[in-house]
Design a protein around this ligand. Sequence first.
Ligand code: ADP
Length: 986
Amino acid sequence: MSVDFPIPMNERERLESLINFNILEKMPESELEPLVKAASQIAHCPVGVLSINEEQRHLIKSKTGLSIYDMQSDFDFCQIVFRKQSFYEIPDAYQHPEMSKSLMVVGQPNFRYFGGIPLITPEGHSIGSLCVIDHFPKQLNAEQIAGIKAIAEQIILLLKLRKQNKNLQAELNQLIHDKVNQAEIDLASYKFALDQSAEVAITDRDGFIKFANDKFCISSGYQRAELLGQPYKILNSGYHSHEFFRDMWQTIQNGKVWHGEIKNVNKSGRSYWVDCQIIPFPDKKGRPHQYVAIQQDITVKKSSLERLKLETVLISILSENAPLEPTMKKLCEQICRFLRWDLGIFWKLDTHISRMKAGAIVPFTFRDLSPLISLCETHQFSKGEGLVGYVWVNRKPRWVDDLDLEPNFLKQAVTDEVGLKSALIFPIISNNQIKGVMEFFSTNKNQSDNHMIEMFETFGLQIGSYLDRRDAENELIMAKKVAEESVKSKDLFLTNMSHEIRTPMNAIIGFTQLLQKSKLDKDQLEYANSVKTAARNLLGIINDILDFSKIESGVVNLESGAGNLRELFRNIHDLLKFSAANKSLNFNTNIDERIPVTIYCDSIRLNQILINLVGNAIKFTDIGSVSLNAELVKISHDTCTIKFSVNDTGIGIPADKQDKIFDRFNQVNNEINRKYEGTGLGLSISKNLVELMGGSLELESEDGEGSSFHFDLSFKYDNHFIEHSSQHGLTIRTDNRLHRILLIEDNVLNQKLARNVLESQGFEVDIADNGIEGLSILRNTPYDLILMDIQMPELDGYNTTEIIRRELQLNTPIIAMTAHSIVGEKEKCLAAGMNDFISKPFDQDELYRKINQTLKNRDKVFEVSTPATVNEEDDLSYLMELSNGNPEFEKEMIKLFIHQVPKEMINLHKAFEDHEYQKICDISHKLKSSVDIFDRKDLSGHLRNIMDDAKTGKMTEKMELELRAIDTFLDGYIPKLTKLLTENYN
Ligand code: ADP
């Protein structure tokens, strides 16, 4: 029989509490057992029970002293206690109204005593009870009750902790679960990403494939099943060396990651490049037991890089501009290297026979390809014949994977012999014209590759434009050669013309000069004057034309020497003052006094420009004045810029003609010019010369108002000493009595002229008709000087001079006389061993001066000069001439001499003592410049001798003697100048 118990009021919350404690499912709970045991022991009861009350039932969770099966599931006493608030006992069940009916009391196991305490949660819900039971009636004391109570509390605590633990466990599980889930998701996405971006394969330690992802399968061209179990090397393209793979294996077997680029070959034979990382995975013993290869296809990148490399190499070969054959050989070689193929051939189209011929054959292998090469050397392809002819017709590249299957291939038998398998042929095209074909062979079968085909098609175009460029350059070179030849022949023509015209002109002018000096009546003299004027004009025109041609051919080189602008202006004034006076024109020259005395310029050309401009100004001015001016524009420590201007008040030049007058053969108005004469070349020559000197000839003019021509030029200058050229217009004083001259000249007129000119000055003259005769005379007779014509039949002047110097060993001074007026002629004469040069037609005064100078030099060179003495004529006339009658200038110059020369002499002595030959030269040169102003040629000669000897770098006795001679001279000369200064210039 069971006892009925009412349902507690807060049953729902209580049940929730129970559920929370999570003790309902667990039956029984062994971990609670020790506590139940402890309670029964405290109560000295054989039985202890822990039960939980669930809705209508109570569950025994733990017990001691009883088999659980002995217990009734609806143990009445538990139901009672469960509803109590604290410890409750029934000392004797027989006495208890309800329990006395309980089956456990009335029947087995005959319990009499029941004690129990409800299990109350901190929230106040009773969830069950802890009971102790005995077969005998009894009553627990307070201590025992307290003990049981403590145990009940412990049970609640335990349950609570368990609940918390459980919650924690659940949370932990959730956490782990979440983490694992996340990790799985991550892994899946990584794998996805890896699969998308990389080819992945795993091999065992022997390199047999265990895994391959889709990407790997796709790029290898194999099904996964075909790959698994295969060795990795089924992808080996044969491109890499054994060493390459040996290094790779060594790295991964040592447990390190290997990284590199590998060229693989796929199932269909196409090669592809991968950037590969191989990661070894170690087993428990740390030895790699599998390798993971992660790789990326870099074929496109690699081939564009390779292509770029090849392109760069090919372009650099093409731009070397080497001859065709080596260029094409290099190209074949580079392409073979790039393709790793064995043979390259350049077939060049011979347009004359319409055949392709081998222009370069380059084997790039150790194999013996000679049968094929000999065939190629002799064979010529016609259009459409063989692969070459095929590409010629189709103008597109051809890639032949397997030559055995190629019907167009003619060399089959031979290639079988040498073992060629694949071919690539591409056309060389330029301007839509086929120029040739390039053909390459490989001993491997190579799958056609569209990238490559495209690339070589482009190369074909590049090579085509190179061939075009070469052809154009060859044409240009030919044209240049022709042009150079024509310049050369023009030059030769000019030289000959110059000679042919000048030789008779020489005679005309020379004889007229002689005629003028003979006894003539007034009319005759006038005729003679006219002849001379006309001849000089004609010579001027010829000179202009020659000059112009030379400038035009670019053969004019400017020379730069020390020049004196004041002297130059004076000469121009002297030369043209009569023409100006004839037209009653006021003609003056003005020089800015700040302009340095010595400027470095080509005096002859500057003179030519200015004479032309002043000549024109006088020519085209009838009333008024003409002036030649030089103004200092700017000056730095060594360079000065001078503005030259020629102004006139003449007829002027209309604005619309001003541009044209600088053109050759251009004159403003033919009518006017008939009146004024001229060639129309002068301004063109002057303009060109000014430009050669770095300036620009400008014109300002108004019709009827006059003209101004001007230009700026910059010159280096030297202000220390005044150097002057030898043409200073001194009166020539010659001592001719003792001098014998041999004239070697083939032209009879010139012979006569020269003899007259020379004999009239008291020279003794012998004549040789040509070089050979001259030599035979010289072998027997000594002469003081030889005048040598250059252009002579049989033996010309240069060769004759060489024989005189080398074979005859004669030092007799030689002056060249030549009608050549070409650039460099003088240098050529000096180089041949001559001493000076005069051009025909010669000016008689100039000839005398040159003879005199040469003879004097010879005396200086061959004899140690005697010390100069102060007693020699102290001629200051040159200084006075220089000063233009300016006593201040003369005073300044004398003062400078007195102060500077002794100082420089001290320096010169020091340089002598120190054996500093360069210094000796420099100081002597400076001194010579100063001394020349005072026209002390004797002193000048000593200094020149010192300079000449010092150049040899040795101290000679002669040098010392010369130095002593200068000292002696200056000892007397300086006091004399000092006296002069105080007496005449104060
Ligand atoms: P040419 O004087 O031999 O005719 P140029 O080349 O020296 O040749 O001069 C070309 C032309 O320029 C002259 O013919 C003349 O018409 C004009 N011209 C040159 N200088 C002057 C000037 N100072 N005044 C006027 N006209 C000039």
